[in-house]
Design a binder for this molecule. Structure first.
Ligand code: FEO
Length: 394
């Protein structure tokens, strides 16, 4: 797709309408895009990031249709192949072009893409590259989400090319977005899956960007933000330590015992004014779990027992929660078993990254009886107490 953003600044990225899984892990219910930008100065032309190699043909068609016959610089903001995987192909077509990036990205680009050392121009934080009447400034921004990530700022047009940062997995013909309301959920899903483990760095880099006048943000996935204050404000909210009066309850049940516990606990939490997201792991995509982890004060994992351990679906959810390092404050484990269970020990042992207070656990042999149901009501009381002490209930 070709879209003019500013005179001599064009979007030349590619939509991937049909892709439904990223990294063989992340569901993409709305597809995605691989964003690339052409900046034509009075003397030189720069390409900012490339596209997923499977989309190379469409990408080349875009460049040809725009009349880009020579690229002097290929700016690579990030080594991951959905943005850098077509650099070698671009170098074949533009043998004089140089790849411009920071030292860490040079190292990773050699490892992952086999680009020769002499092809690089190595830049440092705050350095600039003149294209004639346009100037690119490089902002090294490690760990959102790889160690080599950087942003590129086009000074004269006040455009920040932010790579994965501030992006969204969505394919859309509305490339230039004045308002994020139409894709806020996609942006939040993206934040949850990609940026949440680095939320302290997110805040740090957002603070640093205050020094720049930014009219437009061009990320490497999803729409271009023509009113970037909205996405920046959303990132501040999602990255903050603030949690909501919510319980996320991913659950899996084999014969209905754990499901009965989930329903009972949910009802009693709701009766106490607490919002609950009870997600059946058999039918819920992991992105929904990740999104809920952005806000929920409490995580309760509810699992059946399989051969003494937690059901593998619960293991998967616990692993995900631990890896994403959400700001969740309280953790509970409930579940059932046939003849023996160590699910509490296993799930608690898998969630060491979470800085949480453990809630009382409720583990039941067989179908929950009156005593078990009372224990769940007591757990609801305890969650209410924790949320009240944290001033989450008005
Ligand atoms: Fe979109 Fe980290 O690659």
């Amino acid at each position: 797709m070709i879209v003019e953003i500013r005179p001599n600044v064009h979007y030349v990225g590619v939509m991937d309408w049909d892709r439904r899984l990223f990294d063989s892990l992340i569901p993409l219910p709305e597809g995605t895009s691989y964003n690339s930008y052409i900046v034509r100065g009075s003397e030189k032309t720069a390409l900012i990031d490339t596209v997923e190699p499977l989309k190379l043909h469409e990408f080349l068609v875009n460049l040809e249709a725009l009349g880009v016959d020579k690229i002097d610089y290929i700016i690579t903001n990030h080594t991951e192949q959905d943005h850098s995987g077509s650099i070698q192909a671009m170098l074949l077509r533009n043998p004089e072009a140089k790849v411009v990036t920071n030292p860490k990205c040079v190292e990773l680009s050699k490892d992952h893409l086999g680009i020769d050392e002499e092809k690089f121009i190595v830049i440092g934080d705050g350095e600039t590259l003149s294209l004639g009447d346009k100037t690119l400034e490089f902002i090294i921004a490690p760990w959102v989400h790889w160690p080599e990530t950087q942003f590129t700022y086009l000074k004269e047009d006040r455009i920040l090319f932010s790579c994965d940062f501030l992006g969204s997995h969505i394919a859309t013909t509305r490339v230039l977005a004045d308002d994020i309301s139409g894709f806020r959920a996609s942006a939040k899903r993206y934040f949850a899956e990609i940026m949440m483990p680095f939320r302290n760095n997110v805040l740090k880099h957002l603070d640093r960007l205050k020094d720049y006048d930014i009219d437009i943000v061009g990320p490497s996935h999803g729409p271009v933000h023509m009113n970037p204050a909205q996405i920046i404000e959303a990132y501040r909210e999602w990255s903050s330590d603030e949690v909501k009066n919510e319980v996320l309850m991913p659950w899996v049940s084999m014969h209905g015992s754990t499901e009965k516990m989930v329903r009972h606990l949910t009802d009693h939490l709701v009766a106490r004014g607490i919002h609950v997201k009870p997600y059946n792991l058999v039918v819920t995509d992991l992105g929904e779990i990740a999104m809920a982890l952005v806000d929920a004060a409490t995580l309760v994992i509810a699992a059946s027992t399989v051969l003494v351990g937690p059901h593998p679906a619960a293991v998967n959810a616990a692993y995900l929660a631990n890896a994403l390092r959400p700001k969740t404050r309280f953790l509970g484990v409930i579940g059932s078993y046939g003849w023996g269970s160590r699910i509490v020990e296993t799930l608690a042992g898998m969630t060491g990254n979470l800085k949480v207070d453990m809630l009382p656990t409720v583990i039941v042999k067989g179908y929950p009886d009156a005593e078990a149901l009372k224990a769940l009501e007591d757990l609801a009381d305890e969650i209410l107490k924790k949320h009240s002490e944290a001033n989450l209930i008005s």
